[in-house]
Design a protein. Structure first.
Length: 134
């Protein structure tokens, strides 16, 4: 083969390789976003389950005594940051039980601007937790 033909083949292989790499980057980023959303949703469900335990536990044993009032993220098994929210690698989390029989768990993504999942837990109600966001 001539030098020109070898140069064209090498150049073609390089161009095809770059096109493949550039084409897979958006797919990879979409997968990362989806993974982070799933992790935040799972964390919110875990916090909601712990909040259910707090609700059912008597006040004598540091529970809510059939109320979500005064619940903190620490009662749900997470450590508090300076703002009083829970935090891990996926996002920041807060709980609000001021309504008494309803607890609102909110998770905010660290990697996605404006990415928020809200889980509403109603104790004693038959319907499953409500999700909003994403």
């Amino acid at each position: 083969m001539g030098t020109q033909q070898m140069l064209l083949i090498v150049l073609g292989v390089i161009i095809v390789g770059i096109a493949i790499v550039v084409g897979t980057i958006p797919s990879f980023l979409k997968g990362m976003e989806s993974s982070n959303r799933d992790a935040i949703t799972q964390d919110c469900l875990k916090i909601a389950a712990a909040a259910q335990g707090y609700y059912r536990r008597p006040r004598l044993f540091r529970g809510g005594g059939n109320s979500f009032e005064n619940i903190t993220i620490r009662d749900c098994g997470m450590t508090m940051n300076a703002e009083g929210n829970g935090e891990n690698a996926n996002g920041t989390y807060s709980v609000d039980g001021s309504a008494g029989d309803i607890c609102i768990v909110t998770g905010r993504s660290k990697s996605e601007e404006g990415g928020t999942v809200t889980v509403i837990v109603r104790v004693g109600a038959i319907e499953p937790p409500t999700f909003s966001g994403w």
